[in-house]
Design a binder for this molecule. Structure first.
Ligand SMILES: [Fe+2]
Ligand SMILES: [Fe+2]
Length: 263
């Protein structure tokens, strides 16, 4: 199988099991194909993006002692994982002239996103519902529609959504633990440690692809599309050590931590 075929299966299949089927260990990449940039991913009918503001909101952290509320939280997070996976497939199909090493690295990240989706789905099912029983939003996917190049992707997904998830994942791990759900907490800690590597992938490729002499920060902010802004790269409890472990510079981390919420 080629990288392009794998990416198209993730992007266009209407079967969830096909979208979550792992890539083979070695994928050929001799034919990246023409650029294709669809407005919507293929999804089974029950997981098609719902109209704005019809998907359930994230339950309060204090409600995570209730199985039903945890299941809703996992349902929302399964959809986040699936969207991240689909956006990565979109980047492989939309920017086929990306460096070969970038494309192979992306396949490895996608393996993790597929596994994360499945782990979240299992926790949804533990609450007695199935992934697709609730309406799902298109928040992360919609933001990807503004990407015009790889640097837009690197700034907008690994260095915003995945970086913010370094914080969110541990907030939820603690909330699930307090609510008595050790397995849900363990899932969130696994995602947290994988996310460190995904942020590393983002910053290392941003450094390789940025214009000579431009700082990481200036490249990052130049490639964000409003309303995405630096403050979106953090969550409830700021995890400095995880950002250092991902290879971000202390100054970059300081600027994320102190970024004004409305700028
Ligand atoms: Fe993930
Ligand atoms: Fe990730």
């Amino acid at each position: 199988m080629r990288v392009r075929e794998f990416a198209e299966r993730v992007l266009f299949s209407e079967s969830l099991s096909e979208k979550l089927a792992e890539a083979e260990p070695q994928l050929d990449d001799d034919d990246p194909g023409p650029p294709v940039f669809p407005e919507r991913p293929g999804r089974p009918p029950q997981l098609e993006f719902a109209a704005p503001r019809t998907a359930p909101r994230m339950p309060a952290l204090a409600a995570m002692g209730q199985l039903e509320q945890r299941s809703i939280a996992h349902h929302i997070m399964a959809n986040h994982e699936l969207q991240a996976l689909e956006v990565m497939a979109l980047v492989l199909c939309g920017f086929p002239d990306a460096p070969a090493d970038f494309r192979q690295g992306m396949i490895e990240v996608m393996r993790d996103e597929q596994r994360h989706t499945r782990m979240q789905m299992e926790r949804v099912a533990a609450g007695g519902i199935v992934f697709g029983d609730l309406p799902v939003n298109s928040y992360i996917w919609t933001k990807s529609q503004k990407f015009t190049c790889l640097l837009d992707y690197l700034a907008g997904l690994p260095l915003i959504f995945e970086m913010a998830n370094l914080d969110h994942s541990l907030v939820f791990a603690e909330a699930f633990q307090r609510g008595g759900d050790n397995q849900g907490a363990a899932v969130m800690r696994t995602i947290h440690s994988d996310e460190i590597e995904h942020v590393r992938f983002g910053i290392e490729w941003l450094r390789k692809l940025k214009p000579p002499g431009q700082s990481d920060w200036d490249t990052f902010t130049t490639h964000l599309h409003w309303p995405i802004r630096p403050a979106k790269a953090r969550g409830g409890v700021f995890q400095r050590a995880a950002r250092l472990a991902a290879g971000l510079d202390p100054e970059f981390i300081d600027r994320i931590e102190s970024a004004e919420a409305d700028q």
